[in-house]
Write a protein of this length. Structure first.
Length: 262
């Protein structure tokens, strides 16, 4: 692994860690409107990243491989594999979403805080995979993914990870955790991203022809998280325009980053 790749993999983790540090600066739990705005922004970044940084390069990779009119097959197949992978994790790992009354997944006698952290960990796995696969594509010398484009994805996910870090650590503080414990748990919730990125890079480097499948796999996993988790949380508690506007802002920012740098 090159130093550029290591730095790119760690940038999103740094965003989560900085966001988790907000627990030392803020006294109360995040207000509903603020949480809607942050979640909407994160959802917009993830949707734009899935399209411009993952699905479009997957289609271009397949086309350059000579698949012609069948170039959509790896993108569609990988996309569905990503969706089904997250669906399986959703049912196999016990976790608790914020403000939910009962946990999801198999029954487990785990502390409430632990299950809340597991929910965030599920969320972060596809983001780490997305970063890993674009850097693997760049390392393989595929012209469809440049170093600047991979960096744009890292920066975009780091930007949306900053509010996510606060969204994790602040509720843990409200649940009774001390500020240092809430900060540490918020940081640890993001540690899965560089791990997922590393293992994705290793897998992609072993199976270079599978890159279009892996790119679209990460996109499917990310969009599953957006639709299953972020959109419902963005719109909870009655009608509000804050979430959709923040979504549009996040989408625009990530699109601009990818097009300008990629």
């Amino acid at each position: 692994m090159t130093k550029e790749m290591i730095l790119g993999i760690l940038i999103p983790f740094a965003g989560t860690s900085l966001g988790a540090g907000c627990v030392f600066l803020m006294r109360d739990q995040l207000r509903l409107g603020v949480r809607r705005m942050l979640i909407g922004f994160a959802a917009g970044v993830m949707v734009a990243a899935s399209i411009w940084s993952l699905l479009i390069p997957a289609l271009e990779e397949a086309e350059s491989a000579g698949l012609g009119v069948w170039s959509f097959v790896p993108a569609a197949g990988g996309f569905w594999l990503g969706v089904l992978f997250l669906l399986a994790l959703d049912h196999l790992i016990p976790h608790l979403h914020q403000d939910a009354d009962s946990p999801e997944g198999p029954p487990a006698r785990l502390p409430r805080i632990t299950m809340m952290l597991l929910a965030v960990t599920l969320h972060n796995i596809p983001e780490g995979m997305a970063v890993g696969v674009v850097y693997a594509a760049w390392l393989a010398g595929e012209g469809e993914v440049s170093l600047a484009g991979a960096l744009a994805l890292s920066l975009g996910i780091a930007i949306q990870n900053f509010p996510e870090g606060a969204i994790v650590s602040m509720p843990l503080r409200a649940e009774g955790a001390s500020r240092p414990r809430a900060f540490l748990d918020g940081v640890l919730s993001g540690a899965v991203e560089p791990l997922a990125a590393f293992f994705t890079v290793m897998a992609a480097s072993l199976v270079i022809p599978a890159l279009p499948w892996l790119l679209s796999f990460a996109a499917g996993a990310m969009l599953y998280v957006v639709v299953e988790e972020l959109v419902p949380e963005m719109t909870e508690g009655g009608h509000s325009d804050i979430g959709p506007l923040a979504f549009a802002l996040g989408f625009t920012l990530m699109m601009a980053l990818d097009v300008a740098l990629g």
